[in-house]
Design a protein around this ligand. Structure first.
Ligand code: NPQ
Ligand code: MG
Length: 367
């Protein structure tokens, strides 16, 4: 397969409701899609970086720049393009895992469409549908939170995740437990606490949470290992797990009992599968995290979530959790599950009119 060029497509999609986390409030998704054109087929990639470097050091403008100046030219230099070789070709450039993941995803999609194979087949999916959880933001009041949670439970979500931060943690969890009983429940701090908060975070232990996600800062792996010894609630890492190597170190150091796998954060779906395999070998449950992907990234995430080690519901929510209109046929919850796409590659393609309506800029990178 030979690369003809890559189209960078900037899109802006309004969120159905503001989404507040410990690092800020989002009201729209400024994202970057890649259309990878080869002599055999076209493929789509989605970069999960946010507009601002608040979740991680990456941000959309930087991803577009590093793809334009370094990553796409690096692929152009190779003659027989092979998705499994992309990570190696991009390795000389440090970091920028979300940008690299988007490019690898586009090449993999093109290759699989040309071969007539789905992401699910390529990654090793063993289920044809996956149970879905939902991530619930920080709200202005407990009653507002309880209404939002009730709505998602009515929609059929299998698991509730509450965003927390200092000042919004024990009470919201207590309120959800008191109102909704033993619903599968977990929390995500997005690095908002420090080890000094250990005693306070232990106040979450009586609520039988599935996990507490990323309580401490990304690089504080040892801190998470210390914290885990003070909590009954299992510690799950998100931001800290950027590769199979970092997953191995975190597991060995006792920093996490569960891993949130996000293909964009770790450099792509192939690295995500390696992390899955590593966690399974170590008896560490995994689940698929979300970065408010469009239906393109959502399709690939649902395929990944169908691998055997994904034993916990992920943040693979329906399109309607975030967007009134998706750029693909929307993913709709069916009895708390999403169906794994079966078509070649991602199994979905952007809808021309919907994509045009949200496109803010298009750049063609010829190679
Ligand atoms: C579903 C969920 O909670 N995702 C991230 C946080 C997050 C929150 C808001 C975002 C807005 C734009 C892009 C990525 C974003 C990621 C997490 O698990 O930590
Ligand atoms: Mg998280």
């Amino acid at each position: 397969m030979n690369l003809t060029g890559v189209e960078l497509r900037r899109i802006a999609m309004p969120l159905v409701s503001p989404f507040r986390t410990s690092f800020g409030t989002q009201t729209s998704r400024d994202a970057l899609l890649l259309r990878v054109v080869t002599d055999k087929a076209e493929g789509w990639g989605e970069c999960v970086a946010m507009a601002d470097p608040l979740y991680s050091s990456e941000y959309v403008d930087a991803a577009a720049d590093v793809l334009t100046r370094f990553l796409v030219p690096a692929l152009a230099a190779s003659d027989a393009l092979d998705a499994h070789a992309v990570a190696g070709l991009l390795a000389p450039f440090k970091g920028h895992r979300m940008a690299k993941a988007a490019l690898e995803m586009g090449v993999l999609d093109a290759e699989l469409r040309a071969e007539g194979r789905s992401f699910a087949r390529e990654l090793g999916a063993v289920h044809d549908r996956v149970p879905c959880g939902v991530s619930v933001g920080i709200m202005d009041s407990i009653p507002e939170l309880l209404d939002a949670v009730g709505g998602y439970l009515d929609e059929g979500y299998a698991r509730i995740k509450l965003k927390i931060e200092p000042g919004w943690d024990v009470e919201p969890v207590r309120a959800v437990r008191e109102r909704y009983g033993d619903v599968l429940l977990q929390v995500d701090a997005n690095t908002a606490y420090t080890l000094a908060d250990a005693r306070h975070l232990a106040r979450l232990d009586p609520f039988d949470l599935l996990l507490i996600e990323q309580p401490l800062e990304e690089e504080d792996v040892l801190g998470h290992a210390d914290l885990a010894r003070h909590l009954r609630t299992p510690v799950c890492l998100d931001e800290s797990i950027v590769s199979a190597q970092s997953a191995a170190a975190a597991i060995r150091l006792g920093a996490c009992a569960i891993v949130n796998i996000k293909p964009g954060r770790v450099g792509g779906y192939l690295e995500a599968r390696r992390i899955h395999d590593l966690c399974v070998a170590n008896g560490v449950p995994v689940w698929c995290g979300g970065m408010l992907e469009t239906g393109l990234g959502r399709a690939a995430n649902v395929a990944l979530a169908a691998l055997p080690g994904f034993t916990l519901p992920g943040d693979t929510s329906a399109s309607g959790r975030y967007y009134r209109t998706d750029v693909t046929v929307p993913f709709v919850l069916d009895h708390g599950h999403l169906a794994v796409p079966t078509g070649p590659g991602l199994g979905v393609v952007p809808l021309e009119d919907e994509l045009a309506a949200v496109t803010t800029a298009t750049t063609w990178l010829a190679v």
